[in-house]
Design a protein around this ligand. Structure first.
Ligand code: ADP
Ligand code: ADP
Length: 224
């Protein structure tokens, strides 16, 4: 049951008059309920792959399917709607809103999507519990440790119940032990909510916690 599939994806950038070819016919499938680590050297194109797969950037060629639906023929509005409903993104730096509590940060996307305060609050509490940070729900980001802040950011990224979670070095600024605990919680979240996750990481211990590992080799996705 593929929730995300890319086929023959190419991505070129122009840099100082030269064409940089980053993805060169990349194929990849992410199935419901699985976690996949993307481990590759800096500059290999991990962020590029996540941005293209997450509909944040257009591929130069090839197709991105989300829940079996091709994205390339969509107009900007439909593409944005697909991204907002089906894809959650986590970055290395959490971008939590400092003046709001953890709970309110996680509720925010649901409130914007039109859910009632009660429903948003109930779901946000559940997500914080899955991330094992429920006991800190009423705290503001500045009162939380780095690991706790990333747990909140991950909970927020799946606030609107996407199909796919894409994470770009989500624990890149944490020490390895803290990062390991954040990933344990993330794995639990994926299992409990039937998500699928593709996670770029440099940390081999974390990659070992995922169901599968892939790398980028010459612009193609390769199983390792
Ligand atoms: P990684 O995440 O594996 O470190 P990236 O996907 O960030 O790799 O970058 C791959 C290559 O593409 C790098 O050489 C980077 O400089 C280049 N690149 C990324 N984004 C752009 C852009 N918007 N314009 C030009 N070059 C870019
Ligand atoms: P910090 O950023 O302060 O290190 P974490 O993100 O690692 O915080 O989250 C702390 C949570 O991780 C604790 O509530 C606990 O559930 C778990 N944890 C942290 N350290 C340990 C440990 N040494 N043994 C067992 N569980 C731990």
């Amino acid at each position: 049951d593929a929730v995300l599939r890319i086929e023959g994806v190419e991505k070129n950038y122009e840099q100082g008059g030269n064409i940089l070819s980053i993805l060169k016919g990349a194929d990849f499938t992410l199935n419901r309920g699985e976690t996949v680590a993307l481990v590759a050297p800096s500059g290999a194109g991990k962020s590029t792959l996540l941005h293209v797969a997450g509909l944040l950037e257009h591929p130069t060629a090839g197709e991105v399917f989300v829940a079996g639906k091709a994205s390339s023929g969509l107009g900007d509005d439909a593409r944005t709607a697909m991204r907002l409903s089906d894809i959650g993104f986590v970055y290395q730096f959490h971008h939590l809103l400092p003046e709001f509590t953890a709970l309110e940060n996680v509720m925010m996307p649901q409130m914007i999507a039109g859910l009632s305060h009660a429903d948003a609050s109930e779901r946000a509490r559940q997500l914080l519990d899955y991330m094992r940070i429920g006991h800190r729900a009423e705290h503001r980001p500045a009162e939380l440790s780095g690991g706790e802040q990333q747990r909140v950011a991950i909970a927020r990224s799946v606030s609107n119940a996407p199909l796919v979670l894409l994470a770009d070095e989500p624990t890149g600024n944490l020490d390895p032990v803290t990062a390991g605990y954040v990933f344990e919680a993330l794995n639990a979240l994926v299992r409990q909510s039937g998500l699928a996750a593709l996670i770029a990481t440099h940390n081999h211990d974390i990659a070992a916690m995922m169901d599968r590992r892939v790398t980028l080799d010459e612009g193609k996705v390769v199983e390792t």
